[in-house]
Design a protein around this ligand. Sequence first.
Ligand code: CP
Length: 307
Amino acid sequence: MKHLIDSTDLSVEEIDNILNLAQNIIDNKENYSDVCKGKKLATLFFEPSTRTRLSFEAAMMELGGNVLGFSSADSSSATKGESVGDTIRVVGCYADIIAMRHPKEGAPMFGAMVSSVPIINAGDGGHNHPTQTLTDLLTIKREKGRLDNFTIGLCGDLKFGRTVHSLIKALSRYENIKYVLISPKELKVPDYIITEVFEKNNIEYREVSTMEEVMEELDIIYMTRVQKERFFNEADYVRLKDTYILDETKLKYAKKDLSILHPLPRVNEISTKVDDDPRACYFRQALNGKYVRMALIITLLEHAGRE
Ligand code: CP
């Protein structure tokens, strides 16, 4: 059984295969319209989502399969005290594959330990979001034509932003990527990313506190929102939420071929005036998320079918 819990569960070769399959789906949509006929995807979202849940559901529908599930813990038997383990065992009786989001770090991994069908982590707390990483990698590959040899700035809430943690871990296996970590001191990347990813692999990184001081050297800027739901203290959130706003003035110092990514949802971090700039990739990125999830569903179901 192959699950996707962490972005490093996939080797570089497996990631490249999924990205190539996603590109093939984009180029030949008609060839994939019934490859999951008769299969069911369950989306178990114990935490809110727009893109991840709906793109998973659209992905399965475009593959000819069906979807079932819930979009909040309130509408599931979790409110009656049912454990994640029991929920997963039961849903495995109804569905062939499960995409699960949960506010507790490690919940999808625990689900995978008792599951009879593949489990996909659709985001667990402030920890990981591996399908957003596949989305980001497909976007970088389509925008830049490569997954190596660039300088990426990651900006905003690098402490609680699970998409940042997953992306750094996945990209660390590709050649000659330089990282610029742009955050207030309260929202720096967790120490384990510094020691276990950057230092252990001799990867070049810098921590800075303003966008302006690094903008001209970036090939990619990955903006993130401050994760309100992970703060213990409302006053701290209010103080930090608008630390970084990417606008036309700041972009004057950027490269002509900069790629601006954001996993979305956006709050204030990117001015809407930037949306029409050809360097703004974030809505294309959201669309890529559907195609890469189609490729992932096919890959995991094929693997499960061989077992
Ligand atoms: N990027 C992302 O995970 O968005 P949602 O929270 O809307 O799923």
